[in-house]
Design a protein. Structure first.
Length: 394
């Protein structure tokens, strides 16, 4: 009695189903059945193949995990699969064509064997084919770069789209054929770069993390002039907003001082985001500066970093004190932020204040840790999350 099984290797979408391997198997005689051969003895039993019925149509390629299947009628009840003589699975499900899925850890050409058994565990037939296994992989080819950086990924398998993140912040998307992304970092140092590889259908296939050494800051942290609010003559304890405005105006060419703003606009005008932007914009227009502030009360950390990466200082509101405080953010790296703090040096606790000694340059280009700083500008009680109040320069 002659029967056949078809061995095929398919990607998950069964797109290569048109390339089967046809195996013709002669059912063993009763004498063969009485030998008691089973799965562990396949090397000792040689199934008989009819040469005219055997045809290997193609070598297949699949992106791991690969799906293998076989079809056979008659007494075939089980198919065991091996890759390079290692068992990778078995199936008794005739309705699924004895399908087995296997996730390879290594790519390359693999020898796939299929063994067909009857109910008595007799080996009815076997065949093998070569399969080129391709792993879904993504890797970062850029190890170091200057701040104006070309990030390049290398992909394999079914990876179609690569999303780039730096220190958990989204940078952009790279597409075939080059998988390159240009990005300008505001700071130097080691950056954690995450690559997320997606299929053309948007399925996340693989994620890898690498480190890039960002070198030679182009201008480094912006050299924003510093004013110390406690050196102000008018309301020194309440003029953090006016002092921050004065620093930013001076950066763009203004030659005044914080007391001039307080004398003209008072203290309370700049306490709100809209009022602060109004003070900056009126004085900028009066003195012929082209820059304007665009306030937002729904900002995000990603937007903040995007502004800093573009080399634009950002005025932010936050709970560095119980009453709230305003300062100028200059730049960042993976561990924290550089700021011009008009009140001096913050103790880096939520609403913690400024207990350290006062001096005219106490808050110039100082560095605050990431966790403490981000909590101060994104929370109102130290636990919840709120959008950031900040100002974009346009």
């Amino acid at each position: 009695m002659l029967m056949s099984i078809i061995l095929g290797c398919f990607s998950q979408d069964f797109s290569k189903e048109e390339h089967p391997v046809l195996i013709a198997i002669e059912q063993p005689s009763e004498e063969a059945n009485s030998s008691g051969s089973g799965p562990s003895n396949e090397d000792q039993v040689e199934p008989v193949h009819q040469a005219e019925d055997f045809e290997l149509l193609s070598e297949f390629s699949c992106a791991s995990p690969c799906l293998f299947r076989a079809t056979g009628g008659g007494p075939v009840v089980k198919v065991v699969y091996k890759a390079d003589d290692w068992v990778i699975g078995e199936s008794r499900d005739r309705d699924s064509h004895f399908s087995v899925e296997y996730d390879f850890q290594y790519g390359g050409v693999r020898s796939i064997q299929a063994y067909a058994y009857n109910l008595e565990e007799d080996l009815l037939g076997s065949d093998q084919m070569s399969v080129d296994v391709v792993l879904n992989q993504v890797s970062l080819q850029t190890q170091s770069c200057e701040q104006q950086c070309l990030l390049k990924a290398q992909v394999s398998g079914d990876v179609y789209q690569v999303d780039f993140y730096a220190d958990d912040y989204f940078l952009g998307v790279a597409w075939p054929p080059n998988y390159e992304l240009e990005y300008t970092f505001s700071q130097t140092g080691s950056r954690d770069i995450d690559l997320l590889g997606f299929s053309s259908d948007g399925e996340l296939l693989v994620q890898e993390r690498s480190v890039v050494d960002v070198r030679e800051a182009q201008g480094g942290v912006p050299n924003v002039p510093y004013f110390y609010q406690f050196a102000n003559s008018y309301s020194p304890g309440s003029t953090c907003a006016n002092t921050s405005i004065a620093m930013l105006l001076a950066y763009y060419g203004w030659s005044g001082a914080p007391d001039e703003l307080t004398s003209y606009y008072g203290v309370s005008t700049a306490q709100s985001p809209s009022g602060l932007a109004s003070v900056f914009n009126q004085d900028a227009a009066y003195f012929g500066l082209s820059e304007r502030l665009l306030p937002t009360t729904s900002g995000t950390l990603t937007e903040l970093r995007t502004e800093l990466d573009a080399g634009r200082p950002v005025i932010v509101h936050g709970y560095f004190t119980a009453a709230g405080h305003v300062l100028v953010v200059l730049g960042y790296d993976q561990n924290g932020y550089w700021v011009n703090d008009p009140a001096g040096t913050w103790n880096q606790y939520f609403q913690g204040g400024y207990p350290y000694g006062w001096e005219p340059t106490a808050g110039k280009s100082i560095y605050y840790g990431k966790t403490a700083f981000e909590l101060a500008i994104t929370s109102t009680n130290g636990y919840n999350y709120e959008p950031i109040w900040m100002h974009f320069v346009r």
